[in-house]
Ligand binder design. Structure first.
Ligand SMILES: [Zn+2]
Ligand SMILES: [Zn+2]
Length: 235
């Protein structure tokens, strides 16, 4: 397995994944937290220019807040799904619906707070717009970026062949819950979980909470396939 570093920038875990010739960074945390990353890099003797790519799992303020500042120092490209590239370029985001009472309350407040500029972040023009699975070998990492919509329509995950998946907010590990408190399309979350399970993923690295085994997701996935046979009840 590749060496992985988990660093918390604000409320968001960001992940540094070591490759053959440097690192890729998954997400960029809340705004004004870039120093936390650069201090961490300094303590581990990693120079900023060893970061070859920043993958944005989705365009929410807690994942792209320090993206502009980090990118300016690392001088590396950023990759985001094509469906969210424009939001990133305009410094905007769409507040998703709540999936539970807490999420619904925060979403309600958040939709109003968005007007006040509370979720402001510096816009970034992404160099790479993801449209489908994308191989990371050209950035020195044996792995791929996989579209995994649900939390937002352009959410992506980074998946390594050794079974680690860096999923952004497709799943969380908060107060005993793995289902994200917000989702633009909740049924799609399950479809994306299935996609990861079928790929042989074994460990989920969420942006909120500690890593956990995929069994916690599998328990919630209904793998049952309804029989296609017509009902053969005797008449
Ligand atoms: Zn999010
Ligand atoms: Zn988040």
């Amino acid at each position: 397995m590749a060496a992985v570093h988990r660093v918390r920038l604000g409320i968001c875990n960001i992940y540094l994944i070591q490759g053959n010739s440097g690192y890729i960074l998954v997400d960029a945390g809340n705004a004004n937290r870039e120093e936390v990353l650069f201090n961490y890099l300094g303590r581990h003797s990693i120079s900023p220019d060893q970061i070859k790519l920043i993958v944005v799992t989705h365009v929410h303020h807690d994942h792209v807040g320090s993206l502009s500042a980090i990118k300016n120092i690392c001088k590396c490209p950023a990759a985001v799904h094509v469906k969210e590239a424009r939001l990133l370029q305009e410094g905007k985001f769409i507040m998703p619906h709540g999936t539970n009472l807490l999420g619904k309350t925060i979403s309600f407040i958040g939709k109003r707070a968005a007007w006040t500029g509370f979720f402001k972040y510096s816009p970034v023009k992404p160099e790479i717009e993801i449209t489908q699975e994308m191989n990371l070998t050209e950035f020195g990492v044996n792995g791929l970026i996989l579209p995994t919509p649900g939390h937002t329509e352009g959410s992506v995950s980074v998946v390594l062949p050794t079974g680690e998946a860096f999923v952004g907010d497709l799943a969380v590990n908060l107060m005993g819950s793995v289902f994200p408190p917000f989702a633009q399309n909740a049924p799609e979350i399950m479809m994306s979980w299935r996609k990861l399970a079928r790929l042989g993923v074994n460990t989920i690295f969420p942006s909120h909470g500690a890593p956990f085994g995929i069994n916690l997701l599998k328990k919630k996935i209904d793998f049952g396939v309804k029989s296609l046979q017509p009902d053969s009840q005797p008449t």
